[in-house]
Design a protein around this ligand. Structure first.
Ligand code: HEM
Ligand SMILES: *[C@@H]1O[C@H](CO)[C@@H](O)[C@H](O)[C@H]1NC(C)=O
Ligand SMILES: *[C@@H]1O[C@H](CO)[C@@H](O)[C@H](O)[C@H]1NC(C)=O
Ligand SMILES: *[C@@H]1O[C@H](CO)[C@@H](O)[C@H](O)[C@H]1NC(C)=O
Ligand SMILES: *[C@@H]1O[C@H](CO)[C@@H](O)[C@H](O)[C@H]1NC(C)=O
Ligand SMILES: *[C@@H]1O[C@H](CO)[C@@H](O)[C@H](O)[C@H]1NC(C)=O
Ligand SMILES: *[C@@H]1O[C@H](CO)[C@@H](O)[C@H](O)[C@H]1NC(C)=O
Ligand SMILES: *[C@@H]1O[C@H](CO)[C@@H](O)[C@H](O)[C@H]1NC(C)=O
Ligand SMILES: *[C@@H]1O[C@H](CO)[C@@H](O)[C@H](O)[C@H]1NC(C)=O
Length: 527
């Protein structure tokens, strides 16, 4: 464990390790497809099998969308994007909040600056049928704060992307105090909360002449600061309480440009911080490092402000023993295999296992060897164990167990139908064509959806994220009840082939889901 890891993170891992649930649900993503994908982005940040998401904010001073001389900082942008998406919520009406509607609102004066499209264009390829842009906005807050010295903010999934712009209502530097407090109140935050949330946001990043010339004058522009950014505090890329103490002491950046601007009408932070005679700022300063805990609570509330029809998932916690891309497949000779990776998360490299074993409900235990390259992340290190075991028949394979010294976990499997990885792919030419094969156990056809027209054929849904007008957030295109044709059988399964012309503008992974007779997903594959 890195020496500088905050105690909250240790507690967080502790809780995750204790929560070793018994056998989990049916599809081969654990604990759910969505949680598995979000956890991958959260945990697989550096080294082996990293998702690439954290590269944008590594180091925390990095600017991923342009030259380092711009004077911009991606980690800070992500926090600001989430704030602007959130603050137009009307909690009384159950509307707005984190729903990615900000993507449609980038041309508004109240959303000045490059942060919104910079962030959405980076997040865009990660959106799929199971990961919304709005969930990425929330996750980006956890990741930027958590990897830049701040607390590990618990994050949930399940947000739904808006299909159009929402109402106006983001406070700007020249917004008067009553209006600013009204905007925050609309989104469920009172005066004390609003001061706290703003101080938490303004501990990273800058106000830029480029975008805010009425706050920061042209003198800030320099060869290594082309956008003319002036930092909020002396530690621009660290999530810490420095902005609060510098404000109260008038030292360092003295709270930043929204306190000190040459233009009195642009001093929105000063008006807000002073609105209770500095009482909240003094209280925040007295908390010392406890400020981080206050911010964690406020920022979690911010990203959990969602439209009333959204049901958020459980907290996405780092998983100690995690199957990755675990799937049934056929080998070259048509035999059934079970293949993928087991990832083990350890708090320190010294505790990382070098071997473990896998046993299936129908076979003996097979030893696995670790890949030599580890992953590293704020939670510890990950070790990857590829596996490829043969399975004799679909009906006896119900679970598999992973064992290594001191740790053991069993996962359940539903093997009645699966999308065949080696027989499924998407082309990425001018138009995307997704070809797939679904295998359905010959002896368990009752699991599978039967439409009146196509008795005994599997139910298939193909979904693709595609670009849409007015936002860089993709829309999800759904093809239901895709036509499939029988192409024979292998290893006790009937094989069904299908092909979908998904069209142009595909922005990320296409999903193919096999459904049971109730419309629940038996298996899903991303290609
Ligand atoms: C009265 C409320 C607020 C006002 C008027 C305000 C205004 C601004 C302005 C004008 C900027 C400069 C943007 C740029 O030049 O690119 C900024 C930056 C920023 N704001 Fe706020 N803000 C407020 C509250 C918040 C809150 C509540 C958060 C987050 C919880 C937040 C997070 C940020 C961050 C992280 C930056 C730095 C962005 C960067 O460096 O690109 N702000 N804010
Ligand atoms: C100060 O800010 C106000 C409000 O944004 C703006 O109308 C005015 O032009 C600004 N003054 C200067 C000198 O930039
Ligand atoms: C700045 O403020 C903090 C908290 O208000 C205080 O502990 C510290 O001594 C002050 N530092 C200076 C240089 O005034
Ligand atoms: C609040 O604190 C700031 C920074 O120290 C100071 O300039 C301002 O006068 C204070 N305002 C009140 C009302 O105490
Ligand atoms: C798994 O092993 C089989 C036979 O040993 C081999 O044919 C197949 O290519 C392997 N598949 C993967 C995905 O490693
Ligand atoms: C996809 O399926 C179509 C229709 O059967 C076929 O013409 C095409 O060659 C296939 N493409 C790939 C990449 O397998
Ligand atoms: C692709 O996206 C662009 C906007 O980004 C839109 O104008 C066009 O209609 C889309 N094409 C299709 C086939 O959806
Ligand atoms: C952001 O991207 C969207 C979608 O491409 C576009 O319509 C909008 O004009 C862009 N906004 C800015 C500020 O460039
Ligand atoms: C899992 O599959 C996805 C494609 O769906 C791929 O991008 C990723 O690299 C795979 N992960 C591992 C550990 O092989």
């Amino acid at each position: 464990m890195p020496a500088n890891m905050p105690t909250t993170t240790l507690l967080f891992i502790g809780a995750a390790l204790l929560a070793l649930s018994p056998a989990t649900r049916a599809t081969l993503f654990y604990p759910t497809v969505q949680a598995s994908l979000l956890e991958h982005i959260l945990v697989d940040t550096h080294g082996a099998h990293a998702s690439g998401f954290a590269d944008a904010i590594t180091p925390c001073t990095n600017y991923v969308s342009g030259s380092q001389n711009e004077g911009r900082e991606t980690a800070a942008q992500w926090l600001r994007v989430a704030f602007h998406d959130f603050v137009t919520a009307h909690v009384d009406e159950g509307t707005g909040g984190i729903d990615a509607s900000i993507g449609f609102e980038t041309l508004r004066e109240e959303d000045s600056g490059t942060a919104f499209n910079d962030s959405f264009s980076f997040f865009r390829p990660y959106v799929s049928s199971k990961v919304s842009m709005a969930d990425l906005v929330a996750l980006s807050v956890t990741m930027s704060v958590g990897s830049c010295g701040g607390p590990q903010i618990p994050v949930r999934g399940g947000r739904i992307d808006a299909t159009e712009a929402g109402p106006f209502g983001v406070p700007a530097p020249d917004t008067d105090l009553p209006t600013t407090l009204q905007y925050f109140a609309n989104s469920g935050f009172n005066q004390v909360d609003s001061i706290g949330l703003t101080a938490c946001g303004h501990t990273m990043g800058s106000v830029h002449h480029g975008g805010f010339p009425t706050v920061v004058g042209p003198q800030a522009v320099a060869n290594n600061n082309i956008a003319g950014g002036i930092h909020f505090d002396s530690t621009v890329a660290v999530f810490d309480p420095v902005v609060v103490t510098e404000y109260l002491n008038s030292t360092g950046q003295a709270g930043g440009p929204l306190v000190t601007s040459f233009n009195v009408s642009s001093r929105s932070d000063l008006r807000l911080y002073e609105s209770d005679n500095n009482a909240t700022m003094i209280e925040l300063a007295q908390q010392g490092e406890g400020f981080l805990h206050t911010c964690s609570t406020l920022l979690q509330r911010m990203v959990e402000t969602v439209p009333s029809n959204v049901v958020l998932s459980d907290v996405v916690s780092p998983i100690e023993i995690k199957p990755i891309n675990a799937s049934l497949d056929f080998d070259a000779t048509g035999n059934l295999i079970f293949t993928g990776y087991i990832r083990v998360l350890s708090s320190v490299a010294a505790n990382a296992p070098t071997s473990l074993s896998i046993s299936t409900s129908e076979s003996q235990s097979v030893p696995l060897t670790a890949e030599s390259t580890l992953g590293t992340n704020v939670f510890g290190v990950t070790t990857f164990f590829p596996f490829n075991v043969s399975i004799t028949g679909p009906n006896s394979f119900e679970s598999f167990k992973i064992q290594c010294p001191g740790r053991e976990k069993t996962f359940s499997v539903k093997s009645s139908a699966f999308v065949v990885p080696s027989l499924s792919s998407s082309t990425s030419e001018a138009t995307t064509v997704t070809n797939f094969t679904v295998a359905v156990s010959s002896s368990a056809p009752s699991y599978i959806k039967r439409s009146s027209k196509r008795d005994s054929t599997p139910g298939i849904t193909v979904q693709a994220p595609v670009g849409q007008m007015g936002t860089l957030g993709p829309a999800i295109l759904t093809f239901s009840d895709v036509t499939v044709t029988n192409i024979g059988s292998k290893a006790g399964y009937e094989l069904w082939f299908g092909s979908v012309n998904v069209g142009t503008n595909v922005t990320g992974a296409v999903s193919i889901a096999a459904l049971d007779s109730d419309g629940n997903e038996l298996d899903i594959l991303f290609v």
